[in-house]
Each structure stands twice: as structure tokens, then as C-alpha cells.
Design a protein around this ligand. Structure first.
Ligand SMILES: *[C@@H]1O[C@H](CO)[C@@H](O)[C@H](O)[C@H]1NC(C)=O
Ligand SMILES: *[C@@H]1O[C@H](CO)[C@@H](O)[C@H](O)[C@H]1NC(C)=O
Ligand SMILES: *[C@@H]1O[C@H](CO)[C@@H](O)[C@H](O)[C@H]1NC(C)=O
Ligand SMILES: *[C@@H]1O[C@H](CO)[C@@H](O)[C@H](O)[C@H]1NC(C)=O
Ligand SMILES: *[C@@H]1O[C@H](CO)[C@@H](O)[C@H](O)[C@H]1NC(C)=O
Length: 527
């Protein structure tokens, strides 16, 4: 088969709108109806591009994205936007034969390669572009925590020099919008600045997956999953290719090390040879692989060509094989040659969190051993207690171990009324408390809208404190007294001497959270 990478460059973003069609159809009535100011502006940009004779791909893809948005507004002259879109789509089908060879179903819907941009300002020209594919999961979503981790310590200038694309690999518009809403709610500034984008494929992008051949002992479900993954990554790469210098593949259930962005840039600059094809900032699957944006069309074409045949990590390895290996030499030589094309950065900058793979029923226990250890919790000696919680802990990060000062507690997404309860073995005089949620790697997994409450051993004292004309404290729905709450992830305070001794202390969550919760410090101070 003949590889024509140059053509693939045009597959998605680089739409060669041969502007002749526009001139030919540029009747006066159309110009008259260019009422919408932005429409007029786009029209002028198109004409300018034509006059320069330089059909810059970025300019055109920008125009297309805006056209799509405009075409959805009620006050826009839909004739013109529709006409422009339709013609660019039909141009796509003539100019980009390769995509239609690998994805013949697209012939019926030529517009299906243009992404639906649910959120985004079309930012380009940055150093680092991150691609995060995400799908509907039956179990827990970790997307917001992943973004918190990525954004945690990005400086303003790094924020300016980055685009993070969340690719919702679903065609259910309602679901795509719900993800966009979630992102807008949690990261309003980063959406407004253009740092975060949410995109999804058109409803006709995916082929009928029920006709796939089962290979390599993979079940029907798994073949479908890996095939869709190939298409998703290709689509995302093609969308990302003209946004910046380097593209980094991530997943929606990872934790990033603080300083990762600077570390990556410094590493790339330090390389003396330009022979590499990708850099590995994590050793897991496809996480933390950095490509040059200009190589993406070639890589995506390779994935598309064999999307039905093999899983994506094998395909990536095959690209190296094709490029580097001499079939007349042995496997050892081949590995040595391949190693020149992929360079490992240590320690790893990204760690995998996801327990539940996006393939239903598949448990993912993979961990990157090179991620290293940062101080992830602070242990304390706490009074003897029976601890319990309505939250489900993740892996070995149980509440018991956290209370003993041996680990942090990590729980799946809290909902209203979830609690953590410390019942002291015998009532004790507790002078103060400190609860710290989130940690250096997982800073976003905090307690939000969560109170600290105590149960006094003497209930008559309680009645006095919360009752009467001017209650000193608020009571909870039961016998507890509210004494504090989490602010910026931390709850800290003293406990009034009149309340002593205390029988139990608990944390109560009052609203549903978007993120998991991690408790990295538990300190119950005795007098
Ligand atoms: C839009 O197209 C229809 C049918 O082709 C035509 O009748 C109508 O005048 C057009 N409207 C504008 C604003 O150009
Ligand atoms: C970010 O980019 C904008 C627009 O290019 C510029 O005005 C601003 O100064 C930049 N901020 C930083 C911190 O680099
Ligand atoms: C997909 O293909 C299967 C088997 O050929 C067929 O039964 C099914 O109707 C197709 N689905 C769609 C949505 O075309
Ligand atoms: C009691 O609750 C009210 C309303 O929620 C709050 O404004 C007030 O600060 C609380 N008082 C104490 C002592 O916690
Ligand atoms: C906290 O939860 C309560 C009860 O659900 C709710 O009324 C309140 O608005 C929430 N506060 C915040 C800041 O989310």
C-alpha cells in the first residue's frame, strides 16, 4: 500500500478549501445578506486568503470551526454558512481520498471529519498540546481530578503556552454537553482563556462496529473497543496537529507530577539529536507519549490504515519497526534501532489512577513503577477509635490505614450525606483537629461543602450549647454539633473546653462532588 502522509495532513484540520468555488458562487445577493458581523469578517478572511493565494491550513480550519458555530445561531444567514460548509465537505471528499479508503462509511457523510467543538476558542501556536480522550464510564469518572492535577501548578505563562483538549469520544450530544458543563463549572477561567477545549466527533464518524473480525483471541467487545480507540486517537491527533509544537497523549484517569510541564520542555530542549519519533514521560500504554505535532498526520494515517487490525500500542510499536528495523537482522538489533526512536524520561511524570477501564468489566491495575514517591501524606498518632465511612476506598488507601498514619485515605466520588466517623474507644478531651484533603499529586481531590462535627459524651451539655434563645453552636440533624468545615481543602480548629469529653468526631459531606476525595492528614489533638 502506498503511504501518502502529505495528503493525510489535510484530513481534518487542514482543509484545502479551494476558493474557486467561493468566487464562482459569490453572487451579490449572498454578499448582501452577510449581515452578521462575524460572518462578514469570515468572508473577508476567506477573500484575503484567496488573494494571497496562500491557503494556510490553520486559517481555513479556523474559519471552518467558526462557520460551524455560526451556522447554529438563529440570526445567521444559514444559506451562506450551510453552502460554505457543504462545499468544503464535498471538497474534502475529493481532496482527501485516503480517509475514505480507510473509513469508507464516511463517503456518505463527508462532513464527519470535522469536529464538533463544544468548548474552546481555537487556541493555536502553543508549545504543548495535551489530548485527553474520555468516554462514558459505567463506574467512576476521574476526569475533573485529572484536570485538577494537570492545572495544579501551571504558571500563568505556562497556561498561556498550553492547550488541553478533552475529546469526548461519544456521539450522544446530551452526554457531550454534560461533560462541557462539568468542565465549565469546574474550570471557568481556563475555559474562558482558551486553555481547555471540549470536542467530540460527528454522529457519523464511527463505522458500524458489529462487522469487525475477531483477531488475536480478542472478544467481540474487545475488538470493538480497541478499534474505536484507534479511531478516537487518530481523530484527536488530527484535530490537535496544527495547534502547537508538541502533542502529548494522556488519558482521563491520570495524576501528573508537579512541574511536569516545565520538565517536559526542558527535556525536549536538552536533546541533542532530532532523530526521536516520540518521548515517553510514562511507561504505561499510551500515557505521556510526546510527539512532534508535524508527525501526527503520518502517525494518524498509520493508525487509520490498520485501525481494525491491532490495538493502538502495537500499532505504535509497528511504526517504529517499519522505520527502524532491518528484516535481515535479528530481534535484538531491531530493539536497539527502535530504542533510538523512543526516548524514556525518568522518573515518570504521569501515573495511572483508573481502576475501571473504559472497557466495561476490565480492571486496570497498571501502575508506573518509575513514577516515584513524593510525600503523599502526613501521619499522626491519634487516639484509639473505631473508624468507619460510607465512602468506598480506592485500592489499599483505607480509612483505617490513614487514621493510623500509614497512608492517605482515597475515596470514590462523595455524594451528599456521605460521612467519615471516628468513634473514640472511650470519651477523651480533644483540644483540636486538623484534616487536610488532597495531596501534592492529587491536589484537587478535596472535601467540598463538608462539616466537622462532634458528639459529646454528656448530652445535657449539648442541649445547652445548641438550644435556648441564643445557641452557641449549630446542631446537626442528629446528636452531633457542628464545630467547623473544610475551607480550601483543610479543616482545622480548636474544640471548646465546655464540650469535653468527646465521644466521636465525624466529617459530613453536604453536596455531591465532581471529584474523588483524598484525606492526606488526620490529626486529632489531645490535651
Ligand atoms: C436562501 O435560499 C432560499 C432557497 O434557495 C432562497 O429562496 C432564499 O432567498 C435564500 N435566503 C437568503 C437570505 O439568501
Ligand atoms: C498570555 O497571552 C496573552 C495574549 O497573547 C498576553 O497578552 C499575555 O501577556 C500573556 N500572559 C502571560 C503571563 O504570558
Ligand atoms: C450494523 O451491522 C449489523 C450486521 O451487519 C446490522 O445488523 C446492523 O443493523 C447494522 N447497524 C447499523 C446501525 O447500521
Ligand atoms: C450556624 O449556621 C449558620 C448558617 O448555616 C452559619 O452562618 C453560622 O456561622 C453557624 N454557626 C456556627 C457557630 O457554626
Ligand atoms: C452545601 O450543601 C447544602 C445542602 O445540600 C446546600 O444547600 C448548599 O448550597 C451547599 N453549599 C455549597 C457552597 O455548595
Amino acid at each position: 500500500m502506498r503511504l501518502t502522509p502529505a495528503k493525510l495532513g489535510c484530513l481534518l484540520a487542514c482543509v484545502f478549501l479551494s476558493l474557486t468555488w467561493f468566487t464562482a458562487n459569490n453572487g451579490n445577493d449572498e454578499v448582501d445578506s452577510l449581515h452578521h458581523p462575524e460572518m462578514l469578517h469570515l468572508y473577508e478572511r476567506l477573500l484575503a486568503a484567496e488573494n494571497r493565494g496562500d491557503l494556510v491550513s490553520r486559517e481555513l480550519s479556523g474559519i471552518l470551526v467558526k462557520l460551524r458555530k455560526l451556522s447554529k445561531l438563529p440570526h445567521t444567514s444559514s444559506n451562506i454558512t450551510e453552502g460554505m460548509l457543504e462545499r468544503s465537505h464535498s471538497l474534502l471528499s475529493h481532496r482527501l481520498p485516503n480517509a475514505y479508503i480507510y473509513l469508507p462509511h464516511l463517503r456518505e457523510h463527508p462532513g464527519s471529519l470535522i469536529p464538533n467543538v463544544a468548548l474552546g476558542l481555537g487556541r493555536t501556536g502553543v508549545s504543548l498540546v495535551f489530548g485527553i480522550p474520555t468516554v462514558k464510564r459505567q463506574k467512576q469518572s476521574y476526569l475533573v481530578s485529572t484536570l485538577n492535577s494537570l492545572l495544579y501548578d501551571l504558571s500563568p505563562s505556562e497556561r498561556n503556552d498550553t492547550v488541553i483538549i478533552i475529546f469526548v469520544a461519544e456521539t450522544d450530544a446530551e452526554y457531550v454537553n454534560s461533560v462541557a458543563e462539568l468542565i465549565k463549572k469546574n474550570f471557568p477561567k481556563d475555559v474562558l482563556s482558551g486553555l481547555l477545549e471540549v470536542v467530540s466527533p460527528s454522529q457519523y464518524f464511527y463505522p458500524n462496529f458489529s462487522r469487525l473480525r475477531e483477531t488475536f483471541g480478542d472478544s467481540k467487545e474487545r475488538v470493538k473497543w480497541r478499534t474505536k480507540q484507534n479511531l478516537d486517537y487518530s481523530f484527536l491527533m488530527l484535530y490537535a496537529q496544527d495547534k502547537g509544537m508538541y502533542y502529548v497523549q494522556l488519558e482521563d484517569d491520570i495524576v501528573a507530577k508537579p512541574g511536569y510541564s516545565q520538565a517536559m520542555k526542558t527535556y525536549v530542549r536538552s536533546l541533542t539529536s532530532d532523530d526521536w519519533m516520540f518521548l515517553e514521560f510514562s511507561q504505561l500504554g499510551f500515557i505521556g507519549k510526546m510527539f512532534r505535532a508535524r508527525d501526527l498526520p503520518m502517525i494518524a494515517e498509520f493508525f487509520l490504515m490498520f485501525h481494525k487490525d491491532k490495538p493502538i500500542d502495537w500499532l505504535l510499536d509497528h511504526i517504529l519497526w517499519v522505520k527502524a528495523c532491518n528484516p535481515e537482522k535479528d530481534a535484538k538489533d531491531c530493539n536497539n534501532q527502535k530504542d533510538l526512536l523512543k526516548l524514556r524520561y525518568k522518573p515518570s511524570l504521569f501515573q495511572h489512577v483508573g481502576l475501571h477501564s473504559s472497557l466495561p468489566g476490565k480492571l486496570q491495575q497498571l501502575k508506573d513503577k518509575d513514577f516515584g514517591k513524593l510525600p503523599q501524606f502526613t501521619g499522626h498518632v491519634n487516639p484509639p477509635a473505631v473508624v468507619s465511612t460510607s465512602l468506598t476506598h480506592y485500592q489499599q488507601h483505607t480509612l483505617d490505614r490513614a487514621y493510623m498514619g500509614e497512608d492517605f485515605f482515597w475515596g470514590l466520588t462523595p455524594v451528599a450525606k456521605d460521612y467519615i466517623l471516628f468513634s473514640f474507644s472511650k470519651p477523651c478531651a480533644v483540644t483540636g483537629y486538623l484534616f487536610r484533603s488532597g495531596n501534592i499529586e492529587t491536589n484537587g481531590d478535596q472535601f467540598y461543602n463538608t462539616t466537622v462535627e462532634v458528639l459529646l459524651s454528656d448530652s445535657s451539655v449539648r442541649d445547652r450549647l445548641v438550644g435556648g434563645q441564643s445557641p452557641q453552636f449549630n446542631s446537626s440533624s442528629d446528636d452531633f454539633i457542628v464545630i467547623g468545615s473544610f475551607l480550601d481543602g483543610v479543616a482545622e480548629g480548636k474544640i471548646d473546653p465546655q464540650m469535653q469529653p468527646i465521644s466521636a468526631l465525624r466529617l459530613v459531606v453536604h453536596s455531591n462532588s465532581d471529584v474523588w476525595v483524598l484525606l492526606s492528614e488526620i490529626f486529632i489533638k489531645l490535651s
